[in-house]
Design a protein around this ligand. Structure first.
Ligand code: ADP
Length: 487
């Protein structure tokens, strides 16, 4: 399907993720604003409750048992009434509340003073009158005490409503409306939230109280935590789903490419020996070579070695099937790695005949014994040396080292070939994998099975194989097998 190709799929997926992120962000911003407003309402309610409670506490003495009394001061009507009274200052009206105990009731006197000219309240000269027994100092002390109580009542209300915010207050002169501290007043202008003005003691009416919260973002984010987490999870899951989908598509594409390449390579690998044998037998009968035993022997030798190659190919595929299905049965015995390598090197040198390729073997002074299957381990050495010769071209030079330590036997097979790029060094051990032709300097046919087989065999022997390589400076395959120990 053309529209599924990466060219279209990646931008489409990118767009889908961008749109989801955009929608989520818009929704979260809206939610943030709504929560912010809600928190401001909650803050206002908490301050007004604290102010009502403070009013009540300032006159409760002697009325502790009266539910009516309590209900009145904590009612929203009282609050509205008092706020209206406070707000009237803007209309050049000022006034006082005073409360008194008479028999079994509390009398609250409200006096209003309406200015007869238009002077600003702040410019008016206020003459404070004190009740009997009150002095400037006693009023100030009482006001300070009630202010402390107001702050702690606010804190209690905040805790009740889970409003974990830092706050401070600004005081305004009750009569003139002027802030007590200009520094605090100026600072409060940049705050996220400033409450309405509340008086907090109906005996003194000395100050109005304004609560200031510099920032409500922390609480907003805390309240939105579940939405934020679920949005984030949704986006992460969507992105993850896309990643998995693309990986799947890529591996499917790779698999299809590899399968096609494998079929082509295998056909070549299988057809070559068959064609060579066919040609050899054809030559024997056409030129009646049975009359020339030397030539006949030569042609038979070629056919035999091609048949051997064919047999090895078939065995490789069959063993791999067994290995992958976990059905391989190893015939383990005490195996002398040095001897195995030496006879393999001799056979390969013979096979190479008079080509320029060289194989150097450096045996170890220490004995190198492992507990292994001779057939499979010899195949491993064959594959690695054969690859070295195949990929290093006519002037191939293969160097083989074997060494033994207490616990491990190490075999290093190095060549002077084209090397393997870093991105392919893990992949070459995968089934069917071949370095893509456009990325390699060689054009050698193969099945992509050899190194997979090698790795599987080394692994079932409890060993490891790794490759070291630099571009154009050859490759080194390093095998480490557990050394043989008598039990
Ligand atoms: P095959 O040789 O049949 O293709 P292998 O599994 O033996 O399959 O090797 C996998 C790939 O690793 C090869 O296609 C080749 O690109 C790369 N490779 C293996 N050995 C060497 C080497 N000695 N030098 C360079 N490339 C190598």
């Amino acid at each position: 399907m053309k529209w599924l190709s990466k060219r279209y799929a990646y931008p489409m997926a990118g767009l889908a993720i961008l749109v989801s992120v955009g929608l989520q962000a818009a929704w979260l911003v809206q939610l943030f604003d709504a929560q912010r407003e809600q928190i401001k309402r909650d803050l206002e309610q908490s301050v007004s409750r604290a102010a009502s409670m403070n009013d009540y506490l300032s006159v409760v003495h002697g009325h502790e048992k009266s539910q009516n009394f309590r209900n009145f001061f904590l009612s929203p009507e009282w609050l509205q009434f008092k706020q209206a009274f406070t707000n009237m200052r803007k209309r050049h009206v000022s006034g006082r509340f005073s409360s008194d105990l008479k028999d079994d009731s509390t009398i609250i006197d409200i006096s209003l003073r309406i200015a007869n000219n238009q002077t600003q309240p702040s410019k008016r000269k206020v003459i404070r009158s004190y009740d009997i027994g009150e002095t400037q100092a006693s009023v100030e002390a009482g006001d300070r005490r009630d202010l402390i109580r107001m702050d702690s009542l606010v804190k209690v209300e905040f805790d009740k409503n889970q409003l974990d915010v830092s706050f401070y207050h600004v005081l305004y002169d009750y009569d003139t409306g002027k802030p007590e501290s200009h520094a605090l007043y100026n600072k409060s202008q940049h705050a996220d939230y400033r409450s309405l003005l509340y008086s907090y003691n109906i005996n003194f009416f000395f100050h109005n109280y304004q609560l200031v919260v510099p920032s409500v973002s922390k609480v907003v984010l805390y309240r939105m935590r579940y939405y934020l987490i679920s949005s984030f999870l949704m986006l992460a899951l969507t992105a993850l789903a896309f990643v998995f989908l693309f990986r799947l598509i890529s591996s499917q594409q790779l698999y299809t490419r590899v399968r096609l390449a494998f079929t082509g390579n295998m056909t070549h690998e299988l057809k070559t020996p068959v064609s060579v044998i066919e040609a050899a037998l054809d030559a024997v009968s056409r030129y009646q070579l049975y009359r020339d035993p030397v030539k006949l022997e030569n042609y038979l030798e070629i056919s035999r070695s091609e048949l051997q190659r064919l047999n090895m190919m078939i065995n490789k595929v069959l063993s791999l099937e067994q290995l992958d299905n976990g059905e391989i049965v190893l015939r383990k015995e005490l195996y002398d790695v040095q001897q195995g390598l030496a006879s393999m090197v001799a056979a390969m040198q013979l096979r190479n005949g008079n080509s320029n390729a060289k194989i150097y073997y450096h045996p170890s002074d220490e004995p190198c014994f492992v507990d292994g299957d001779p057939l499979h381990l010899t195949n491993v050495f064959y594959n690695l040396i054969d690859n070295g010769l195949k990929y290093s071209g006519t002037d191939a030079s293969i160097t083989i080292h074997c060494s033994a330590e207490e616990e491990t036997v190490s075999i290093v097979i190095a060549d002077n070939g084209p090397g393997i790029a870093a991105i392919y060094r893990e992949k070459i051990f995968e089934r069917f994998f071949r370095v893509p032709e456009e990325a390699s300097t060689h054009n050698v046919k193969g099945s992509g099975l050899g190194l997979h087989y090698v790795k599987q065999i080394i692994t079932v022997h409890g060993g490891t194989i790794s490759v070291r390589s630099e571009d154009n400076k050859g490759s080194q395959f390093i095998i480490e097998l557990p050394a043989y120990h008598e039990i």
